[in-house]
Design a protein around this ligand. Structure first.
Ligand SMILES: NC(=O)c1ccc[n+]([C@@H]2O[C@H](COP(=O)([O-])OP(=O)(O)OC[C@H]3O[C@@H](n4cnc5c(N)ncnc54)[C@H](OP(=O)(O)O)[C@@H]3O)[C@@H](O)[C@H]2O)c1
Length: 282
């Protein structure tokens, strides 16, 4: 990874932070994306101190805002001549139905549309840098996800887990369709489940009951550390074993079939079309 440029979203905490640190250790130039300047600076300082790699810096953007994603993409293109790896990792859960600044249901905006928009805006740079890789942090939760195109924003019967599952299914469907579109370009895209990982994800935008339920879930599932949770992202970003592989879903560094539902004919194309409308790319 010596001198490879890696952009990773949501690297101020949890899995993203550990992924950035490990790739910095391998000699990559790391560009983290955070939404809070102090937190981003702290993450950068900690990574430099832990790895001795000084080529670590940050961009600031709230990825739930399309305007900020567009500004971020412009800043990345202005700063970087090449982008070898893009890791879409930022994500969250939202207990209440809430809207992003663009008036879009937050889980959809934050977890799926931000990946869709940022990646599409950086595609020319990634193609120019081929062979290059896109890594999409999805989740095992996608197995329970379903899309209702008549109620994309879950205005009826909103539920924190259903919204999350759907957004993570969106990540997998996006990866599948993007891989088709990238054939022959030298840019690969794969997605992953990091494991059940002890991070702060369930402690943000949630109340005490959800936080308690998540703690029980973590114990029941034998949740792993963020360091271990980062292993599949690191593997897909850097391992020669997956050179040229694309369109796949990995769980704990092993290829695994994504959900049967995600293979429904026409689904990935339909989600692409709808996502392009939501983000103004169509
Ligand atoms: N933890 C698990 O068991 C698990 C399981 C399956 C999949 N995942 C996936 O793993 C990824 C990382 O989650 P995690 O568990 O490491 O959670 P985390 O510790 O909460 O980290 C999430 C990161 O995303 C950032 N982020 C969230 N929304 C953002 C926004 N609008 N703009 C900019 N940054 C934003 C957070 O920034 P702040 O530091 O500012 O909050 C943080 O850096 C997510 O995509 C999640 O869905 C996690």
């Amino acid at each position: 990874m010596q001198n490879k440029n890696v952009l990773i979203t949501g690297a101020t905490a949890g899995i993203g932070f550990e992924t950035a640190k490990a790739l910095a250790k391998k000699g990559a130039n790391i560009y983290i994306v955070g939404r809070n300047k102090e937190k981003a600076q702290k993450a950068v300082d900690e990574i430099i101190a832990a790895t001795g790699n000084k080529n670590v810096s940050f961009f600031i953007a709230d990825l739930s805002s399309q305007k900020e994603v567009r500004r971020l993409a412009d800043e990345v293109k202005a700063k970087l001549e090449r982008l070898d790896v893009l890791i879409n990792n930022a994500g969250g859960v939202f207990q209440q139905h809430q809207l992003s600044v663009d008036g879009i249901e937050m889980t959809l905006a934050n977890n799926h549309l931000s990946y869709f928009l940022l990646t599409n805006l950086l595609l020319d740079l990634l193609k120019k840098s081929a062979p290059s890789r896109i890594v999409i942090v999805a989740s095992h939760s996608h197995y329970s996800g379903k899309f209702n195109f008549d109620d994309m924003e879950m205005n009826h019967g909103y539920n924190i887990m259903k919204a999350y599952e759907r957004s993570k299914l969106g990540n997998v469907l996006f990866m599948m369709e993007l891989s088709e579109r990238l054939k022959g370009t030298g840019v690969t895209v794969n997605s992953l489940h990091p494991g059940v990982v002890k991070t702060g994800i369930a402690g943000k935008n949630t109340g005490k009951i959800v936080q308690w339920a998540w703690k029980v879930f973590e114990i029941y599932q034998g949740a792993i550390s963020s360091e271990d949770g980062a292993k599949t992202s690191i593997y897909l970003a850097s391992s020669p074993e997956v050179e040229g592989e694309s369109g796949k879903y990995y769980d704990l560094c092993k290829h695994k079939w994504h959900s049967r539902y995600s293979q429904t004919e026409g689904l990935k194309e339909k989600l692409w079309e709808v996502s392009a409308k939501f983000t103004g790319l169509a």
